[in-house]
Design a protein around this ligand. Structure first.
Ligand code: BGC
Length: 738
């Protein structure tokens, strides 16, 4: 009854608002009308996001919370919602949020693994499925996608993003936003996306989470902004500020980022939330005096909603009274929050059907898509003598701490995935082979080698050995930076031990980041890198090992020989002394050599210049030959489209899918330009012996960058272009932009 009366009041007011002369959309009108009825306390309540469930009902009834996170129990959600809708004065519904990062119940590969598919369609499908499952439990807002460019695998959160390349980041980010939000936010299965963490969080010094960053404005614009801008333009409903400071300014208090760039330059009209207590943490940064000061700085910088610092709810009324924060700023924030709630249809449908999730969680088509994504994301790094697929072996040894670890294989930020639904490689391989199972180690950090003799003897009884190693889920993700990226525990020793049996050794790595696996590669015949592959990782890996499917994943990050090489990325600028491949290495230096730097280039004496594997790398069970790229012209105007075609041939005897990649270099710029930049990719499936002409259309406008005058322009001049299966291959062709 109370709610009915409230709705009549709002309805009548809407009618009045309709008479105003200002042209407004229906939603804008509703927002203005509601805003007009709110007290300052109620407004601040909307700007407050708290973690919790049913116990927040009292707070909700007072209108002192606008959003909750970390509650996924539909009954609890409805209890808080009832308090907000039926007991608070204005009945404004609560927005329920959650970190749904790579699936809700059905867990897909971690985002870095999804990026390895180079397949935006499967990534979008994964996000759609996540939204269907999460909304069925009452979650209407996810804190995903994470768009942070990550060039340092020591940073644990590389697991959550698309890796080091801005172009791939854009494609993956846009796919996820589309998948989460669907065609219309108002659809019951749509949830709002949150592009995060704005910005530069992945550039933390030394890969240490939360650390300082020093990123120039040009580098922000050329490298770190593009995925945010593209997803903002694709309609991402919300954005999260980051924990880090850039050049001394924490993002949560950075007016230039949150107002000048986001609002004025990009014209984005979504809602901005802080990261967890990132407003409060501005005190530890030494940027704010106290909690009250943090609220003042965050709101004035452009933040709309405060996640868990409690600063807004405690101090905003005082700040307004003292004239330190204007009501105009508060209204701006509340408008953005209310608009999102209207757009999501929360006013019409605030409650979740408590029986809905049982009908959609782990639906067969969700599991099928998760398997497909895991299949496409596994990267074949080595395959000596075509040892894979193991299509003839009958009896195999399965060993390693990740072979039967249903919880670990889901990876980081898989809060709602239930391990009893995970299918492990051990289970799936048992469907294909006679399996001798010897775990060897109990978990990835285990150093106890007492069972190694048993493992070795089992290997000698098998036709081949499959060693599944990697990282426990907790070793990557937030706050899980590492300075040493070798396999943990005695896992490398386990691989070496198995190799002693002289049987073909296949290593599968399930990890949250690129590890330094050079010595492990030497001790195996084949290696598949699957990152943490999620609920259906087991069947996908079994299909790849058996040869029912062919690997097609490509590296979304450069793989290092040694963690000391980090940060290392393919699209770097050149030094004045680029490496030429003839450098003197540590052991070539004569004893008592005289001091000289002549002939020296930018490299390490011990690890050389190159990485272990370049960005974009990945083998198949077949081979592909790239013909020379042919351009439709030699010179282009700035509004032209470059059409590049080349023949791609499957030179092997089985069907396979190649991710053909297009790279460009701008040879001379008003500022130094990267040695190569990815500008396109296509997954091409070819039958044995088949040749196909592959075409890329590259608008010249996509060659624009932020130049010496901080203008986004295409500078005329000479360019090189490559088409290849990774970022280190192919012969360039030249073209000019006039
Ligand atoms: C993380 C965010 C996350 C938030 C809410 C923070 O610690 O940095 O990525 O969305 O918590 O759980």
């Amino acid at each position: 009854m109370k709610r009915f009366v409230k709705n009549i009041l709002i309805g009548a007011a809407l009618l009045l608002a309709g008479c105003s002369s200002e042209p407004q959309t229906g939603t804008d009108r509703k927002v203005e009308e509601l805003l007009g009825q709110m007290t300052l306390r109620e407004k601040v309540g909307q700007m407050n996001q708290l973690s919790g469930g049913a116990w927040l009902a009292e707070t909700a009834a007072k209108g002192e919370v606008g959003s909750i996170l970390n509650c996924v129990d539909p009954a609890e959600i409805n209890a808080v919602q009832r308090a907000a809708v039926e007991e608070s004065r204005l009945g404004i519904p609560i927005l329920v949020s959650r970190d749904v990062i790579h699936g809700f119940r059905t867990i897909f590969p971690i985002p870095i693994g999804q990026a390895a598919t180079f397949d935006p369609a499967i990534v979008e499908k994964g996000a759609r499925i996540a939204a269907v499952e999460a909304t069925a439990s009452g979650v209407k807002w996810t804190f995903s996608p994470m768009l942070d460019i990550a060039r340092d695998p020591r940073w644990g959160r590389v697991a959550e993003g698309a890796g080091e390349d801005p172009y791939l980041d854009v494609q993956m980010g846009v796919a996820m936003v589309k998948g989460y939000q669907g065609d219309d936010l108002n659809d019951p299965t749509s949830m709002a996306a949150c592009i995060k963490h704005f910005v530069g969080y992945g550039a933390a010094e030394g890969g240490r989470d939360y650390n300082s960053t020093m990123i120039s404005e040009r580098s922000l614009r050329n490298t770190y902004f593009p995925a945010f801008k593209a997803t903002a333009e694709a309609g991402a409903a919300t954005l999260m500020t980051s924990f880090n400071e850039i050049d001394g300014i924490p993002s949560t208090g950075n007016r230039w980022l949150l107002k000048n760039i986001l609002r004025d330059e990009w014209g984005w009209d979504g809602m901005v939330v802080t990261d967890w207590n990132s407003a409060g943490e501005m005190i530890a940064h030494g940027f704010s005096r106290d909690l009250k000061h943090t609220a003042e700085q965050a709101i004035n910088a452009g933040v709309d909603m405060d996640m868990m610092s409690y600063g807004f709810i405690q101090y905003v009324e005082e700040l307004v009274k003292e004239g330190k924060v204007s009501e105009k700023e508060i209204d701006r924030a509340v408008r953005n929050i209310l608009k999102l709630k209207f757009d999501l249809g929360l006013f019409e449908n605030p409650y979740v059907d408590e029986t809905a999730s049982a009908k959609v969680d782990y639906a067969p088509e969700h599991l099928e898509a998760a398997k497909q994504c895991a299949l496409e994301s596994a990267i074949l790094l080595k395959n000596s003598n075509d040892v894979l697929p193991l299509d003839k072996a009958k009896t195999i040894l399965v060993t390693g701490p990740l072979a039967d670890a249903p919880y670990e294989q889901m990876g980081t930020w898989a809060f709602d995935g239930q391990q009893e639904h995970t299918v492990t490689p051990l289970e799936a391989l048992r469907e294909e082979y006679n399996v001798i199972w010897e775990p060897g180690l109990a978990y990835s950090r285990d150093r106890n080698t007492k069972d190694f003799a048993k493992v070795r003897s089992a290997a000698s009884r098998a036709d081949a050995a499959v060693v599944i190693v990697g990282e426990e889920a907790i070793l990557s993700g937030e706050a899980h930076s590492l300075s040493n990226l070798d396999l943990q525990g005695a896992q490398s020793e386990l691989i070496a031990e198995v190799a002693k049996a002289g049987k073909p050794v296949v290593v599968v790595v399930m990890a949250g980041r690129p590890l330094t696996i050079e010595r492990d590669l030497e001790n195996c015949d084949a290696m598949l890198y699957s990152f943490h592959p999620g609920t259906m990782g087991g069947p996908a890996i079994a299909d790849l090992i058996k040869g029912k499917a062919v690997p097609s994943g490509k590296l979304p990050m450069t793989f290092l020989r040694d963690a000391g090489q980090a940060p290392f990325y393919y699209n770097h600028n050149n030094s004045g002394r680029p490496c030429n491949g003839t450098e003197t290495l540590l052991n070539d230096i004569p004893i008592a050599a005289g001091q000289t730097s002549l002939g020296c280039t930018s490299y390490y004496l011990d690890t050389g210049y190159g990485p272990l594997f370049p960005f974009g790398y990945g083998l198949s069970y077949t081979t592909f030959k790239y013909g020379n790229p042919v351009l439709d012209k030699a010179e282009y105007g700035r509004s032209d489209v470059i059409t590049v075609s080349f023949e791609l041939k499957n030179t092997g005897d089985r069907e396979g899918t190649e991710v053909a990649q297009l790279y460009v270099q701008d040879l001379v710029g008003s500022v130094v330009r990267p040695v190569k930049e990815l500008k396109g990719f296509q997954r091409v499936t070819l039958a044995p012996g088949e040749t196909r002409t592959v075409t890329f259309d590259l608008p010249v406008a996509e060659l624009a960058f932020w130049n010496i005058d901080m203008e986004h322009v295409v500078e005329p001049g000479d360019f090189k272009l490559w088409v290849a299966g990774d970022s280190a291959s192919g012969e360039p062709v030249g073209f000019a932009v006039l």
